[in-house]
Write a protein that binds this ligand. Structure first.
Ligand code: ATP
Ligand code: MG
Length: 200
């Protein structure tokens, strides 16, 4: 490399470092965050469980509420629900895709939310994952206003992660961090069924 090129590279990197350092310095607050992971791409729930592992690694207490999914035998439930400091609820049992009994679905969702919102009142829980919460909202079983009220009233340092496709706008507006995962390619469409360790 010519010394001229090296010099230009150095100047550019110095400028970049200044920008990054300034950005880091001006973000000087701590607060409980609301994160929304949405979109059609794979990686929403697994990202939430990645944060769960991080929090546990710091000795924090965590809570998970899984909506929709019936009695599951996912790897994350098998692993995390047996760890200390983890409260794990599967709240999807009883949602009636087949019978389409709206009253019953609303009642199931209401009971589920009562359990989930208990975690949102518990200051000992530092991170709450509300996995697939967008679905009961989307199907009209759970009012987004109720959800947002309880989230807003949570302990100020508690973090909340919500996953699920098609997050309602009100949820996105209320969130601090929103990521939309896009579906570029998925093995399922090439005929590969869900694989243990990757998909469940
Ligand atoms: P993951 O749990 O793998 O992070 P996710 O939470 O982003 O996935 P969900 O919509 O909850 O996605 O779907 C859960 C299951 O469906 C997983 O087994 C996942 O691999 C699979 N899946 C996710 N996205 C797609 C897709 N675009 N096409 C087909 N299957 C998908
Ligand atoms: Mg998911």
């Amino acid at each position: 490399m010519t010394s001229d090129k090296q010099e230009r590279h150095k100047t550019r990197m110095q400028r970049k470092k200044e920008v990054v350092d300034n950005a880091i310095e001006s973000a000087d607050r701590d607060q409980g965050l609301l994160l929304v992971l949405t979109g059609n791409g794979k990686g929403k729930s697994s990202s939430a469980f990645g944060m769960l592992a991080r929090a546990l690694g710091h000795g924090m207490h965590v809570g998970v509420a899984q909506f929709i999914k019936g009695r599951s035998d996912t790897g994350e439930e098998g692993f995390f629900s047996r760890q200390p400091n983890v409260t794990w609820h599967v709240l999807g049992e009883g949602f009636t895709w087949e019978t389409q009994n709206l009253d019953r679905d609303i009642e199931t969702a209401r009971r589920g939310w009562a359990i989930a919102s208990e975690m949102l009142r518990d200051p000992a829980i530092s991170l709450v994952v509300l996995d697939e919460l967008t679905y009961p909202i989307k199907y009209g079983w759970l009012a987004v206003e109720t959800v947002l009220e309880d989230i807003a009233a949570r302990p100020s340092m508690q973090h909340v992660v919500i996953t699920g496709r098609a997050a309602p706008q009100a949820l996105i507006d209320a969130a601090d961090t929103v990521t939309e995962l896009s579906d570029v390619k998925h093995a399922f469409r090439a005929g590969v069924r869900a694989q243990k360790g990757i998909d469940l």
